[in-house]
Write a protein that binds this ligand. Structure first.
Ligand code: ZN
Length: 340
């Protein structure tokens, strides 16, 4: 009997809810999955603000007298899962977790995917594990698993304590800022050349027109019309190029970075990385780090300098500060030694 059949069964037999109403699918489902009946009452499962489900790490569990045994409860959960039309492959939890998609096994390069397991006390725990190993066993890859909370915490605190310090940010961004400086100078030189070309072409055209007006040159002379058209084309091209160069200079000017901006960004970013009441802001973290490699003795956190710079500029201009990630360019590199 499924959730719907149970609901109909009760309603048809006039077995009503505590306050005399009819049963609904959601209520039946909630009862079937409520762990309170096996002696684990859960608090703090959803955010008060948006009703989003909170990460398992934040849920508080209080022991209470069980009404049904664990075997029955587990059997019901398994049955529910097997009947679910959108069932995911066994034991692999999909969905947006902090590091899935950017987390890789250092041994084989395979993605680290989130899996869940049952602890000895009956509670579930979650960990990132090498997907090659998960599929093929130790012969596929000897890479490791790491508890989700531990890795999330490690990456987030590294970003907070190391990357998001003004001095460190300035060091990382120094070469990018130098390159921008050089580019800006080249653009200004280029713009000056274009203006010079426009002026010179103008003068040549004027001299030609003067000659024609004073009768020195004949407009019908062979090649003269073509020469005028050629000079006009050069002038138009130079004007268009100058306009573009000017726009590029203006745009870059809006993106100038000052030490004060770096400092403000570092402070704001450190505060924003954590969610109120625990957990981390996924999109925010991913704008700072685009690849996490898990080895036996260390975790390597990598990100792109240009991405970091874009995030900083966007944040300073009052935009969200989170832009699509560009994981192909991995420039800044950090090592975090730890005993995982
Ligand atoms: Zn591996």
């Amino acid at each position: 009997m499924g959730v719907k059949a149970i609901t109909c069964h009760l309603n048809e037999r006039r077995i009503f809810t505590r306050d005399g109403g009819r049963w609904g699918l959601a209520q039946i489902h909630a009862i079937l999955t409520r762990t309170t009946y096996v002696g684990e009452h859960r608090f703090n499962t959803r955010s008060h603000k948006d009703r989003e489900r909170k990460p398992a790490s934040e849920v508080a569990i209080m022991a209470c007298p069980p009404l049904i045994d664990r075997e029955t409860f587990d059997a019901v959960q398994a049955r529910l899962k097997s009947r679910h039309p959108m069932m995911t492959p066994a034991r692999v939890t999909s969905g947006p977790t902090l590091l899935t998609g950017i987390c890789f096994c250092a041994k084989c390069g395979g993605a680290m995917t989130l899996r869940t397991g049952k602890g000895s006390s009956g509670g579930t725990y979650r960990y990132y594990t090498c997907s090659t190993q998960a599929r093929q066993g130790k012969t596929g890859c000897e890479g490791r698993s790491i508890p989700m909370e531990r890795l999330d915490q490690l990456v987030a605190s590294h970003l907070e304590e190391r990357l998001l310090q003004p001095e460190r940010l300035e060091t990382i961004l120094a070469s990018v800022l130098d390159r921008r400086q050089e580019r800006a100078e080249r653009r200004r030189e280029h713009l000056a050349e274009l203006h010079k070309r426009i002026t010179e072409t103008d003068q040549r055209l004027n001299r030609l027109f003067d000659a024609i007006e004073s009768g020195v040159a004949d407009l019908e002379a062979p090649g003269l019309k073509e020469r005028i058209a050629g000079l006009k084309a050069i002038r138009e091209q130079a004007r268009a190029d100058a306009e573009r160069a000017q726009a590029a200079i203006d745009h870059a000017g809006n993106q100038a970075i000052s030490p004060a901006m770096v400092e403000t960004f570092a402070r704001a970013a450190r505060q924003r990385i954590r969610l109120e009441g625990g957990g981390y802001r996924r999109d925010h973290l991913r704008a700072l780090a685009q690849r996490v490699e898990v080895a036996d003795k260390e975790v390597r956190i990598m990100g792109s300098k240009s991405e970091l710079l874009r995030t900083l500029v966007a944040a300073s201009n009052g935009k969200s500060g989170v832009i699509g990630v560009q994981s192909s360019v991995l420039k800044w590199r950090a090592r975090k030694d730890s005993n995982l």
